[in-house]
Design a protein around this ligand. Structure first.
Ligand SMILES: Nc1ncnc2c1ncn2[C@@H]1O[C@H](COP(=O)(O)OP(=O)(O)OP(=O)(O)O)[C@@H](O)[C@H]1O
Ligand SMILES: [Mg+2]
Length: 240
């Protein structure tokens, strides 16, 4: 019998509100329910301010929900202390941001290796892994380039390689193509598709662009912090 994929992300009745120092409460996420399995490719869409980044921050264990449950890879995130949450984050998640977030004075190899260096790995381990990943993202000629010597698309490839350094189960990408032209955006999305299809890595990507969302298989839409659509990209009528 074929084993069904295990749930990687389980979100039950999740709420998130922000409270300012003056006590002003801003409710953002409202009763979000969602399960994402190993190997899925999910796009998250919704108007500006609808709570997409807030949701990604909770998924990334960078912020904690106000109410409800978030189970990541079988662990109830709210019950973890900071150290345990950091350990889970490093073991399970990779992050890609809109602004690439590379260290400006470090080479591509060094940037990719950073999560491994921070985890205390030796150069004999991190260097070959970083080089292997940079080759995989098509940057074998730019191993020792600094970020400012690379194009936006190349910098985002370095960031994707960095997200992969620790063999993550899931890569969270918040508007990864937001700063790129459309040709480069398609290259980046093809790279995500390859990581998903060939390596089974779960990808969750936030985007405003329907043609970027079309690379995913499943689409989730937020409006005013409420999950208003959860289905296949095809059923949503999105085409690349
Ligand atoms: N730290 C914070 N404190 C107070 N309110 C916040 C905070 N972060 C976000 N918000 C509010 O929460 C709501 C959702 O913000 P969020 O960044 O999640 O939206 P988004 O869907 O990612 O939007 P965009 O498409 O513009 O990136 C917004 O109204 C925002 O002003
Ligand atoms: Mg956002």
């Amino acid at each position: 019998m074929q084993q069904s994929p295990s749930p990687l992300v389980v979100v039950n009745h999740l709420y998130k509100q922000y409270e300012s120092d003056a006590g002003v409460v801003t409710p953002v996420l409202k009763d979000v329910n969602l399960t994402i399995h190993e190997g899925e490719f999910v796009a998250i869409m919704g108007p500006s301010g609808s709570g997409k980044s807030t949701f990604m921050n909770v998924l990334g264990c960078l912020d904690v929900q106000t109410d409800g449950d978030y189970i990541l890879s079988g662990q109830d995130v709210r019950r973890l202390n900071n150290e345990q949450a950091a350990e889970l984050r490093n073991r399970v998640l990779g992050f890609v941001f809109q602004g690439f977030n590379l260290l400006p004075r470090r080479t591509a190899v060094h940037n990719v290796a950073m999560p491994l260096i921070c985890a205390g790995k030796e150069k004999v381990e991190w260097e070959p892994r970083a080089i292997e990943l940079l080759k995989k993202v098509g940057l074998s000629e730019r191993l020792h380039s600094m970020p400012n010597e690379l194009s936006g698309g190349q910098q985002q490839r370095v960031a994707i390689a960095r997200a992969m350094a620790n063999y993550p189960h899931v890569v969270l990408a918040d508007e990864p193509t937001g700063n790129l032209d459309s040709t480069t955006s398609n290259d980046i999305m093809n790279l995500f598709r390859e990581l998903n299809e060939k390596e089974g890595i779960t990808i969750i990507v936030v985007t405003h662009e329907p043609d970027i969302a079309a690379y995913a298989k499943r689409l989730i839409k937020f409006r005013d912090g409420v999950l208003v659509y959860d289905g296949t990209v095809n059923d949503a009528g999105i085409n690349a």
